[in-house]
Write a protein that binds this ligand. Structure first.
Ligand SMILES: Cc1ncc(COP(=O)(O)O)c(C=O)c1O
Length: 393
């Protein structure tokens, strides 16, 4: 059975560099984790989780409460610092279950990790109050919500520490951030992972963009140098494979859940930081919201499925459009055959998390579609027709 990794979708699942990436509008300024407080730009969200835990002095004997509905990449950083993971339940709509969290508190619990799934905020005032009452650290997982505001505050404002996964929102090869609105970060400024990594970060983003027909002029100009690079790279890999493993590619950029502590002191590439600094944030938010609403309008009310969220809240900037499907496997296979870009967030859960029936159901039943800013109008239109056809078949 082929997987989405075997079949190239007809439209990009994640943002790709395009002509409009740096274009207007740049106003109004978009709320984002970057405005929430002190920031360190690192290479992934999981590295930022590990750094946040280090800032909180989490170690052996401590417990971190983690949602049973999670990305597998959230767990290894907790285990790596010697702490224990205890899962808590979420509701059928992926809202955290406050009563279940309260029931799991004991003297060892030091941190509560909370995820804003698909860019839709959790009830942060209530969670902040719970953490203040019980003297817990709140780790706000903004991997799905680099942008957006909730109750007038930017994503990342509520947590003692927050993390984000920049590569989900920008056309970049790697990137994550550690943020704190409430503490001065002690994590020292990070260092470059080296020239090879810097070059790879840039070339990979360009090649990804070319693969979807973007930037054709740049592609034509770089065609020969890229061919030569591919040949050279093939040879180098054959000769020096073990030495290169993990030094150029963070596992986070390789669709893997692994955690590699060698990236803890490495900063995001110059290329990623430049794209994040100069891309139009207002455009990203506006395009994502518009694409989300277009999919919602096209799919709401169809038999056999419903949008996971009843509405897109004002101020939210979605990562993907999650659809809750009654019979996900046949639909998934039809979508794959039609080469529709999609992903199944939390498709595999860490052992022990199935104790939450809602998480198990969400893990199985949610199929999520891209809404990113670099989808062209014709791609969104084609995608909605293809999804409707797959649902009707
Ligand atoms: C909810 C959530 N948190 C954290 C992460 C880790 O982010 P990264 O892949 O940038 O390490 C992910 C990755 O998918 C995620 O989905």
């Amino acid at each position: 059975m082929p997987t989405p990794n075997d079949i190239k979708p007809r439209a990009p699942l994640a943002p790709v560099l395009a002509r409009g990436t740096f274009g207007a509008p740049h106003r109004p300024a978009a709320a984002s984790v970057l405005g929430a407080g002190d920031v360190r730009m690192v290479t992934s969200g999981r590295i930022a989780i590990a750094l946040a835990l280090r800032e909180m002095h989490v170690g052996a004997g401590d417990t971190v409460l983690v949602p049973a509905y999670h990305s597998m990449s959230m767990i290894p950083p907790v285990l790596a610092c010697g702490a224990r993971v205890v899962f808590y339940k979420v509701g059928p709509d992926a809202q955290v279950d406050l009563a279940d969290i309260a029931a799991r508190l004991d003297a060892t619990v030091k941190v509560l990790m909370v995820t804003h799934y698909f860019g839709i905020a959790q009830n942060m005032a209530a969670l902040r109050a719970l953490c203040d009452k019980d003297a817990l650290f709140l780790l706000e997982d903004c991997a799905h919500c680099f942008f957006g505001e909730h109750e007038g505050k930017p994503a990342g404002y509520w947590g003692d520490y927050a993390i984000a996964s920049s590569m989900k929102f920008f056309p970049i090869y790697e990137g994550g951030c550690l943020v704190s609105a409430r503490h001065v970060l002690r994590t020292p400024p990070t260092v470059s992972a080296g020239k090879g990594f810097e070059v790879k970060a840039c070339l990979n983003a360009l090649e990804n963009s070319f693969a979807y027909g973007r930037l054709p002029l740049v592609h034509a100009l770089l065609w020969l140098p890229l061919k030569l690079k591919a040949a050279l790279w093939g040879r180098l890999k054959q000769r020096a494979a073990p030495a290169l493993t993990g030094t150029l590619t963070p596992s986070s950029s390789d669709s893997s859940y692994e955690f590699d502590a060698r990236w803890l002191d490495k900063r995001a590439s110059w290329f990623s930081r430049t794209v994040i600094a100069h891309a139009s944030h207002a455009r990203i938010v506006a395009r994502r919201r518009a694409n989300y609403l277009q999919l919602q309008q096209a799919l709401v009310g169809l038999p056999g499925c419903r949008p996971l969220f009843a509405a897109l809240p004002d101020g939210a900037c979605p990562w993907l459009f999650p659809l809750l499907v009654d019979a996900p496997q046949p639909l998934f296979e039809r979508l794959l055959a039609a080469r529709v870009p999609m992903t199944r967030f939390a498709e595999t859960l860490w052992p022990g998390a199935e104790m939450c029936a809602n998480s198990a159901a969400l893990s199985r039943q949610v199929i999520a579609f891209p809404v990113h800013q670099e989808l062209r109008a014709d791609e969104v239109a084609w995608m909605t027709v293809a999804i409707r056809a797959a649902l009707a078949a």
